[in-house]
Every structure is written in C-alpha cells, then in structure tokens.
Design a protein around this ligand. Structure first.
Ligand code: ADP
Length: 389
C-alpha cells in the first residue's frame, strides 16, 4: 500500500493551520469531508508556551501522534506548504530543496509579513522529516499566466523591473480550485468555460479565467489592490499616499497600517464582519449601509471589467466567507445586469448550502454559482500529484 496521506501546513506570522488528507479518498468535487482525516490550528505563536514555529509544529506533531497519524507515519507521502509569494520565479508547485529555500528567501522583500512565516514552517517541517518530500504551493502561481498587458503597471519599465513592481495576484489556489469546480458543476471541462471568480473572504479578490487559464486578477504587487476587503481599502489613487504623507504628516508605515488594517469595511463602519454589517443595515444604520454600498459598487465594477476582458462569460462563481454566505452581497452585486445576460434567481440565492450550487435564473445566459472553496484540498492535490509523478 503506497503512502497516500498529505499534511498541508499553512504557517502565518502568529498561527499554524494544518490539515491531514488521505488522497486515496479525497476527490475533487467529492465534498469537502471526503478524505479529510484531521485538521486544526495552533494560535498565538510567539506568546506563552508556543515560543516559535518549531514549538507550534511540535504541538501539531504530538496531536497527530495521539491520533496515530504522526509525522513519522509510514502512510505520510508528503507535506504541502502554502507559500504566499512566488514572485516570477515560482509558477508551479515546487519540490522543496535547499536551493529552492534560498530562492524563496530572495522573495521575502515582496511579502515581508507572509513569506518569512511560510519559510519558518518549511524549515521546521524539513528538520523533523528531512527524508520526506515537501512541496511549496504558491498563492501567486495560478495568476502567472496573465498576459503582460494585465500583469504590468504603466510605470517606468526599468524601475518596475528593477524592483519587481508588477501584478502577481493572490488567492491563486482558491481561484484555481473554484474555477475548476465551477466547470464541473456545469458538466464541462475547464477548457470550455470562461469564469469570473469572486473570492470574498476577509481578503477579497476577483479573477477572470478563460478556458481554465487566469487572464486577469484584482490583487496586484501585494494583496492591497482591487476589491474592498474586511480591513483593506482595495483600489485607491496612489497619490492619496503622497497626500497623507505631505499633508497628513503620516509615515509610510502608518499609511501601510491605515490602508491594510484600518480601512475597508472596518474603516468605513467599524465592523469588518459582513454578518454584523447586515444586522446593522436592518436597523437602518447609515454607516453600515454606506460600507455595504461601497463594497458592492467595487464588486460590480470588476464584474463589468472582467466581462469585457473575457468577451464571453459562461459563469460567475462566488466563494469564501462572504461569497458563500451572503445572499445580500450576491444579489446586490449582480442586480440589474440582465443586459449582460446575468440573472440571479432570488429563491435559489436565498437557500443556504454547503455544496456547489447554481443560483441563476433558468433564463440567465451566464450561470451564477456559489462554490465553496477548499484551498487545503487543492494544495494537497497539487502536492500529491507532484510527488507521485
Ligand atoms: P479568510 O479570508 O480569513 O479566510 P473567510 O473566507 O473565512 O476569511 O471569510 C471571513 C468573512 O466571511 C467574515 O469576516 C465575514 O465577513 C464573512 N462571513 C462569514 N459567515 C458569514 C455569513 N453567514 N454571512 C455573511 N458573511 C459571513
């Protein structure tokens, strides 16, 4: 019996999420529970008993041991690591070697908060099981197919190239998974469908996927660009930054914090949870209403833009916390778009569910779907495919 377990590790700056999957049973589209053996999270890394990522992974490993599924289990085929930024260097899932780690270290300036945490998780896991194949799966990878016209900013080209200033995109693992799952829902091959994927979680991004290949996405050099998010502003005139520095006397770090952590829904109304915003709107709260309206307006702009980018849209897929759960956001984002062939069915949209489903009216030319994302399953699938050749 060949080893078929894959441990997926998602190391953040202060948390370590893990999930163990049995790839002999996990099948895309078989429902999120199939093949999932166990999962969990170690939080508050750097505080108290969990001094660092080594201590966190030790805790995970002990927990897995208790379930008879430890890191030394002969059933374990590989570890798959989520890595946020692959730059232009990594556009595929990559078997981790010393050389690959050295290359990944060079990318830290592009993701100074995320990549060091990812690297810490990789280092510890490799120490524990140096013999085991370990694979890096990059959040940027799915977007590497964007044509230069979409990936480039209109910035002095030498300066841009010198500092790597271009659009990389993020949430790629989710956009890849959801665009394929949407094709499956329509009983088509990914190559046959053009899809707009709206990943609306705390972070949010849109992508335009033509025949399974990403041709545009809303996040850019960093995850700040694009849609309105829980705490990020999304698109903004870059001159607002000069203005805040010159007139507001703010430092670069203060502006960074303002736009990434204190803006978006939170900055507009004091809440970044769409559930709470919905409750406040029902009570007639004007700040919550305005935050919702700005969020939805931006979303509609991207749907329109990506409709033009794709030329023909077959499906629009909503995913992640807000996309999977907020019928109000879905309805408002696509309201009145009949002229684009987009018609949401109010009844199907209101029904809650945990599996991929259509919410478009039967007369809608464009299929509108709610498709739960599963980044861990996608990382495990890519990892397993790489190590089993
Ligand atoms: P992350 O980006 O952190 O992975 P998620 O994809 O889990 O986030 O999305 C989290 C967000 O989803 C929450 O901040 C909240 O706004 C939203 N959300 C979760 N459940 C619901 C719900 N039932 N209705 C509306 N929004 C929801």
């Amino acid at each position: 019996m060949n080893p078929s377990h894959v441990l997926v590790l998602n190391s953040g700056s202060s948390s370590l999420k893990y999930q163990l999957l049995d790839m002999a049973r996990a099948r895309p589209g078989s429902g999120s529970a199939a093949g999932r053996l166990t999962s969990g999270i170690v939080e508050r890394i750097g505080e108290g008993p969990v001094a660092d990522h080594a201590a966190a992974l030790k805790q995970v490993s002990e927990e897995l041991d208790r379930q008879g599924l430890g890191l030394d289990s002969p059933k374990l085929a590989a570890v798959g690591h989520r890595v946020v930024h692959g730059g232009t260097r990594f556009t595929e899932p990559t078997l981790i070697t010393d050389e690959v780690v050295a290359e990944m270290e060079k990318l830290v300036p592009l993701a100074p908060l995320h990549n060091p945490a990812n690297l810490a998780g990789i280092a510890v896991a490799r120490q524990l099981r140096p013999d085991l194949p370990q694979v890096a799966v990059f959040d940027t990878a799915f977007h590497a197919t964007m044509p230069e016209a979409a990936a480039r900013y209109a910035v002095d080209i030498e300066t841009a190239d010198r500092f790597g200033v271009r659009r990389y995109g993020f949430h790629g693992t989710s956009h890849a998974y959801v665009s394929r799952a949407t094709a499956r829902l329509l009983d088509k091959e990914p190559s046959e469908v053009n899809t707009i994927v709206l990943h609306l979680g705390n972070g949010a991004s849109a992508s335009a996927v033509r025949g399974g290949v990403c041709v545009d996405t809303s996040m850019g050099l960093t995850p700040l660009e694009g849609l309105v998010m829980g705490t990020r502003s999304g698109d903004l005139d870059p001159a607002a930054i000069f203005h805040l520095a010159r007139v507001g006397g703010m430092s670069i770090d203060e502006i960074d914090t303002l736009l990434n952590k204190r803006s978006g829904l939170l900055g507009l109304c004091g809440d970044n949870d769409m559930r709470e915003i919905g409750r406040r709107m029902a009570e007639g709260d004007p700040a919550a209403r305005l935050a919702f309206d700005i969020y939805v307006h931006r979303l509609r702009k991207y749907v329109g833009a990506y409709t033009a980018v794709l030329g023909r849209v077959d499906a629009i897929a909503f995913t992640a916390g807000v996309g999977e759960n907020s019928a109000a956001v879905r309805e408002a984002a696509l309201r009145g778009l009949d002229a684009l062939g987009i018609e949401v069915d109010a009844v199907s949209n209101a029904i809650r569910g945990a599996t991929a489903r259509l919410i478009s009216a039967s007369s809608s030319r464009v299929a509108v779907a709610v498709v739960p994302t599963d980044e861990e399953l996608e990382i495990a699938t890519q990892t397993y495919a790489l190590v089993t050749g």
